[in-house]
Design a protein around this ligand. Structure first.
Ligand SMILES: NC(=O)c1ccc[n+]([C@@H]2O[C@H](COP(=O)([O-])OP(=O)(O)OC[C@H]3O[C@@H](n4cnc5c(N)ncnc54)[C@H](O)[C@@H]3O)[C@@H](O)[C@H]2O)c1
Length: 319
């Protein structure tokens, strides 16, 4: 049976990998809604079952085009990404991540969408530094982005409880891999790899002892699709991560080795909004509910990402 799927932010780093994976199944009809503010339409494989709408989740007219009564699943990935961007542009962050999320939830309820998948972030855990499971209450939210991703979670919960919308919220930890270009507001792996490829200084903001949980994009995408298909995930909040804790200094050494780079490692002060010294997820709930198992080792993922980056024209990226 044909399944009608909307992916918002489907030209983005993760969204385009979602779209490309979903469109491999000719039984899926995929609509992408993306305003291309940070996405790249060329990352989408334009198969016959893919329809692209250049538009915004903030626009009633664009949402009317994107969602109808035949829409089965909404994957809501569109967002103003991420922390530093939100510190620089807090109003834009609230408009997209707050109001945009509210508007798409309303439209989804009106059209009786069968499943709504919201992509949240580990940043809602604030400055907690121990291994994190979903029972942890958030502590201090350090950036507008952390605030609005949690706001989105709360709206999703309201629409689930009050309107009976079938929702699932996924808290992604750091995702990396093909289709993410380096840039001023992009993730650490994209930017470290690009610096290493140019033999430019790699700047660690902190001591390098800080840790993060890096998950390869294909694992994140697989988990996200599983979440949409799993009925028992309904109403739940689930970490999507690798469950692996990696020190930033070890990540850098791995990148230097893989790229055979002559970059120097330089330390700067930790950014004033960044108080997270330790970050690792518990993925027990994802394993239990979704049967999800992270499969791709950090080094394997880094090598695949490096091969992809080598084929891109990085001169077009804004640093
Ligand atoms: N990448 C990560 O490590 C990570 C971690 C935690 C959570 N997330 C979440 O996952 C989702 C995808 O992240 P990503 O890394 O692919 O980011 P991204 O910036 O590459 O993708 C976001 C996409 O949304 C689009 N967009 C922005 N504003 C829009 C609007 N008003 N209307 C329609 N489209 C709009 C952008 O053009 C872009 O294509 C986001 O919701 C993000 O908060 C990502």
């Amino acid at each position: 049976m044909t399944k009608n799927i909307l992916v918002t932010g489907g030209a983005g780093a993760i969204g385009s990998s979602m779209v490309n994976r979903l469109s491999e199944d000719s039984g899926n009809r995929i609509t992408v809604l993306d305003n291309l503010s940070s996405g790249h339409v060329e990352n989408i494989v334009m198969r016959p079952n893919v329809r692209f709408i250049q538009g915004s989740v903030e626009s009633a007219e664009d949402l009317r085009q994107a969602i109808s009564e035949s829409t089965d699943v909404v994957f809501h990935l569109a967002a103003n990404f991420a922390n530093q961007n939100s510190v620089d542009f807090p109003q834009r962050d609230l408009q997209v991540n707050g109001m945009g999320t509210l508007k798409i939830l309303l439209r989804s309820v009106e059209n009786k969408v069968k499943k709504f998948v919201y992509t949240s972030s580990s940043c809602v855990y604030g400055d907690r530094n121990e291994p994190l499971d979903e029972k942890c209450q958030e502590y201090s939210l350090d950036t507008p982005y952390a605030i609005t991703k949690l706001l989105g979670e709360r709206y999703v919960r309201f629409f689930n409880h009050h309107h009976g919308l079938n929702t699932v919220t996924l808290r992604y930890f750091n995702v990396f891999g093909p289709n993410e270009y380096p840039g001023k507001y992009r993730n650490v792996i994209a930017n470290f790899l690009a610096k290493a490829m140019r033999n430019e200084d790699i700047i660690i903001t902190g001591t390098g002892e800080e840790t993060r949980d890096f998950n390869f994009v294909k694992d994140s995408v697989r988990a996200t699709i599983l979440a949409a298909e799993t009925e028992t995930a309904s109403g739940k909040v689930i970490n999507i991560a690798s469950g692996r804790e990696t020190k930033i200094k070890d990540l850098v050494q791995m990148i230097l080795r893989i790229t055979d780079s002559k970059s120097r490692v330089v330390h700067h002060e930790r950014r004033n909004w960044d108080s997270v010294t330790r970050r690792v997820a518990s993925v027990d709930l994802a394993k239990k509910i979704l049967g999800y198992q992270p499969e791709i080792e950090l080094e394997t993922g880094l090598r695949e990402y490096y091969e992809w980056l080598r084929k891109q024209n990085l001169n077009k990226c804004e640093w």
